[in-house]
Design a protein. Sequence first.
Length: 228
Amino acid sequence: MTFEQQWIEYDYNPFVLFSSSGKVLSLNNEAQYLLGSVDKNTVFEIATTHANNSFGFKTTFLELEFGRYRFFGITVGYENEDELGIRLYQQPSVSFAAPKATGELTNVYTLIDLCISTNSIGSEVTFKKVLDPTIPDIRLHPDNFIKLLNKIYQGYANSQQIQTRLFYRVGEHIRFDDKKYSLFTIEFSGDDFSKKYLSEVEMMAENNNLYASCKEHVISINIPMITD
């Protein structure tokens, strides 16, 4: 592998080279993760839609979102009719201004189950869970964290279904005291989230030294995986 090829392979931005029929001919390391979040045909369609009318390269600024990936632009290029390449430019990943989380080592699955059980009493809402089973015990203040989750579920009280999803943020991390920690996310989604709860959720997340974000009825709590 040449030095230039290594630059592409380890680039933070996904790069995919397609055949004219949409077959993946090559891709870099980051693109392998991307294609775990979005179908390759979707990326190929974006590439063909934004390709130059003639041979060459064209950069387009647009917002794209696939799972944890958010992009602010793409470059599409081709020099013949057989191959078409696309590079997607990532927005900066989640950053934390909060200090390192404190508290006791806690099983996050137990807290989620407890809050779902509490909020399902007397409710007609259907609760659905999609949980990565490999998250270890992490350092949290259980009481404060339960209050945060309960507040989020209250915000979805008018939804027919609430989904709680727990997953790793692959490739993302945060440093405390020169030590690197992985990140994971608890994502809540439903038909309707009452915006009157949003400021409370953000404040309670900050008090837990966590980061909360809301987009189109989806609440995400991003959590450093501190196990020491």
